[in-house]
Write a protein that binds this ligand. Structure first.
Ligand code: ZN
Length: 151
């Protein structure tokens, strides 16, 4: 299992050093700030949705390796997904990092690359680092509900 653990660490290091989808998204229609004062992680998330789909997503901010890697991996995982699927993935990810046994079994297979972050469940402080981006995504989507059109 130690080989697997090393591989996971490599993926996390890679994404923390070269975060994907990093930078402001000019045509975003959802935006939210996230803060993890326990560690000092800060993130601003930009999301562009159209017809219930996450068309584009990016983030800015600074934080520890785990929070940066998690945000980077999340943007890769969510781009092109429906908002419904994205929220489902949020639940699965949350179950995985908190070690919720009810959700864990169903999440293991469908998490793909995100499963590299499963190890944080052994470190309660790190769980907040890993889930910051996801909570920020949820806030961005739920706060900025598309205005109801009367046309
Ligand atoms: Zn952190």
């Amino acid at each position: 299992m130690s080989d697997l653990r090393e591989l996971y660490q490599e993926v996390i290091l890679d994404h923390s050093r070269n975060p994907r989808n990093f930078g402001r998204l000019e045509n975003a229609n959802h935006e939210a700030d996230g803060n993890n004062p326990l560690c000092g992680d800060q993130i601003t998330l930009f999301v562009r949705t159209e017809d219930g789909m996450v068309i584009d997503i990016s983030f800015e901010g600074s934080g520890c390796a785990i929070s940066t890697a998690s945000a980077s991996l999340m943007t890769e995982a969510l781009k092109g997904k429906s908002i419904e699927d994205a929220q489902e993935l949020f639940e699965q990810f949350h179950g995985m990092v908190t070690g919720d046994p009810m959700r864990e079994s169903q999440s293991a297979q469908s998490m793909g690359k995100l499963s590299v972050l499963a190890g944080v469940r052994e470190f309660p402080v790190r769980v907040k680092c890993a889930s910051l981006a996801w909570h920020t995504f949820k806030a961005a989507i739920e706060e900025a509900v598309e205005p109801v059109s009367t046309e």
